[in-house]
Design a protein around this ligand. Structure first.
Ligand code: GUN
Length: 294
C-alpha cells in the first residue's frame, strides 16, 4: 500500500485564506489583530522560526512585531517587557520563543503572559483548560496535527492513538486533544518498554521525539495513520522527520511529510489562536461556549 499524503502546506493555504476573511472583518471595525514575538539571544533555528511566524502574520493582514532581546537579558527585564505587551491594546497575542537562555526561568516568563494573550497555550491556566476540554488556545503544534487528521477525514473516535514523546509542548497536549476526540491514547517515551510492540498497536501514531527516522516500517500497523512532528537536520543538511518516511509510506494509509507537514500547520494554528484572541478582545466571539477544542 502507498499512503496518501496529508499536505500541511495545502491545508495551511486553505485555512489561511479563511483567516484572511476574518482579519478583514476585524479591520473593518478598526481592529488589526496583532502578534508580538519575543526572542532572546541568537539561536539561529529560533531566528528562522520567528521570522516565519512574523511573515505569516503579515501575509494575511495581521500586525506582527518581533522583539529581539540580547542573550544577557535578565528574567526581571524580560518579565517587565512582557508586562508592557500585556497592556498594549495593539497586541492580542504574545509568544516568547523557547528555549530561553539559562539565566531565565521559562516557567516564570510563560506565567507572566496575560491569559487572554497566551496564544502558545503554554501557561498553567491554559493547560488546565485543555485538561477539561475547554481550551481557548490549544498549543499550536498538536492543534495543527488534529486539524490534519480532520482534513484527511480520519475518524479519531474509538481509535487507538499512540503518541511517542511526552513533552509539554507536543506529547502531553497531543494526548489530551486525542483523548477529547474520543481516542484511546497511549503515551510512549524514552523509558517505555517494547516501544515497537506498542506503536504497532496504534491506528494513529504521532511521533514527537526529535530522533531522525526512528519510527520504522516494522513498527507500524498496516493502514495506520502516521503524523510526524519531528524536524531533524541531518549532517548533510537534509531535513527529516522522526518517521522513516520512505518505508513507512508503504505501510500506512495516511502520512504527513517533512518538510511540508506539521511544520507549516504549527504557524497556521498560531495565526488561528491570535485571531481568536483578537476576536474575543473585540467582543465578536463568544468565549467559553465557543472554545470547543478544534
Ligand atoms: N520553540 C519550539 N517550538 C515552539 C513553540 O511552539 N512556541 C514557542 N514559543 N517556542 C517554541
Amino acid at each position: 500500500m502507498t499512503a496518501k499524503l496529508i499536505d500541511g502546506n495545502q491545508l495551511s493555504q486553505e485555512l489561511r485564506a479563511e483567516f484572511r476573511v476574518r482579519v478583514d472583518r476585524l479591520r473593518s471595525i478598526g481592529v488589526t489583530p496583532g502578534l508580538a514575538v519575543v526572542i532572546v539571544g541568537d539561536d539561529p533555528a529560533s531566528k528562522v522560526y520567528v521570522r516565519n511566524k512574523a511573515r505569516a502574520c503579515e501575509a494575511i493582514g495581521m500586525h506582527s512585531e518581533v522583539h529581539a532581546l540580547a542573550a544577557s537579558t535578565t528574567e526581571a527585564e524580560l518579565i517587565a517587557f512582557i508586562s508592557r505587551l500585556n497592556t498594549n491594546p495593539a497586541i492580542h497575542g504574545i509568544l516568547v520563543q523557547l528555549p530561553l537562555p539559562r539565566q531565565i526561568d521559562s516557567r516564570a516568563v510563560i506565567e507572566a503572559i496575560a491569559a487572554a494573550k497566551d496564544v502558545d497555550g503554554f501557561a498553567y491556566g491554559n493547560i488546565g483548560e485543555l485538561v477539561v476540554g475547554e481550551s481557548l488556545f490549544p498549543p499550536c503544534t498538536p492543534f495543527g496535527a488534529m486539524k490534519m487528521l480532520e482534513f484527511a477525514g480520519v475518524a479519531v473516535e474509538g481509535k487507538h492513538a499512540v503518541v511517542i514523546g511526552r513533552s509539554n509542548i507536543v506529547g502531553k497536549p497531543m494526548a489530551l486533544l486525542l483523548l477529547h476526540a474520543g481516542a484511546t491514547v497511549t503515551v510512549c517515551h524514552s523509558r517505555t518498554r517494547d516501544l515497537a510492540g506498542i506503536v504497532r498497536q496504534g491506528d494513529i501514531v504521532v511521533a514527537a521525539v526529535g530522533k531522525p527516522r526512528m519510527v520504522t516500517a516494522d513498527m507500524v500497523k498496516p493502514g495506520a495513520v502516521v503524523i510526524d512532528v519531528g524536524i531533524n537536520r541531518l549532517p548533510d543538511g537534509k531535513l527529516v522527520g522522526d518517521v522513516d518516511f520512505d518505508t513507512v509510506k508503504e505501510i500506512a494509509s495516511w502520512i504527513t511529510p517533512v518538510p511540508g507537514g506539521v511544520g507549516p500547520m504549527t504557524i497556521t494554528m498560531l495565526l488561528s489562536n491570535t485571531l481568536k484572541a483578537a476576536e474575543t478582545a473585540a467582543g465578536i466571539r463568544a468565549t467559553r461556549a465557543d472554545t470547543r477544542i478544534g
